[in-house]
Design a protein around this ligand. Structure first.
Ligand SMILES: [Fe+2]
Ligand SMILES: [Fe+2]
Length: 209
């Protein structure tokens, strides 16, 4: 019998396999391949650091839902949603692909877990409130094999990840800050806040660009 009541329908939160299936029609093959590499590495990090695997894998699967869109689309979507944007985010709209993906995954893909959504929202800068699930995904995203091949300095991040995901994330944020400063690029304030937070918790050897 059809349900005619006003009760909201139960929409089960998709696991990472279901999410992959739903994302595949709208995400280019190359981006799906990057995501698959990130999911694989996230599993290794999450198991090693005793993170909730289901949460970490869902975050990894969803993180780049919108990464392949052109920048005009990120700007348009952010405008339509009334997303608050920093001037640097208007200049470099790629910084919006995480926050926008979190909103889209919640609305269109029934992702509800705030740990998953926040991991995705902040995956470009990290966040001081990140836990082991989000750090598993964050670090995996930065050191998957193609990114490592493109920027060998990332080996320093990978080498730290076995012992501490926070140390690995600190190394990554330090490296990218040094690189961006050398390029005359503004650093995202949340990346600075996250790096300073991590530096109070862990120490790392000096990183070399
Ligand atoms: Fe991304
Ligand atoms: Fe990514």
């Amino acid at each position: 019998m059809p349900d005619t009541s006003d009760r909201p329908r139960f929409r089960p939160e998709p696991d990472h396999f279901a999410l992959r299936g739903r994302m595949a029609p709208e995400v280019p093959t190359e981006m799906m391949a990057h995501i698959a590499r990130v999911v694989g590495l996230t599993e290794i990090f999450a198991r090693r650091h005793e993170a909730d695997l289901a949460v970490a894998l869902r975050a990894a699967q969803g993180h780049d839902l919108l990464r392949a869109l052109p920048k005009q689309d990120w700007l348009r979507m952010a405008e339509e949603r009334g997303l608050e944007m920093l001037p640097m985010e208007r200049e470099r709209p790629v910084l919006l692909h995480g926050p926008l993906a979190a909103l889209e995954l919640e609305e269109r893909f029934a992702v509800q877990n705030p740990l998953v959504l926040d991991a995705i929202r902040y995956h470009t800068t990290g966040h001081p409130d990140y836990g082991p699930e989000a750090w598993s995904m964050f670090v995996a995203d930065k050191v998957e094999e193609q990114k490592l091949a493109a920027w060998p300095a990332l080996r320093q991040v990978l080498d730290l990840a076995g012992d501490s995901l926070e140390a690995a994330a600190l190394a990554y944020l330090t490296l990218t800050e040094q690189r961006d400063l050398a390029m005359g690029r503004e650093i995202h304030p949340l990346a600075i806040e996250t790096r300073e937070h991590l530096a109070r918790r862990v120490s790392i050897p000096a990183v070399v660009l």
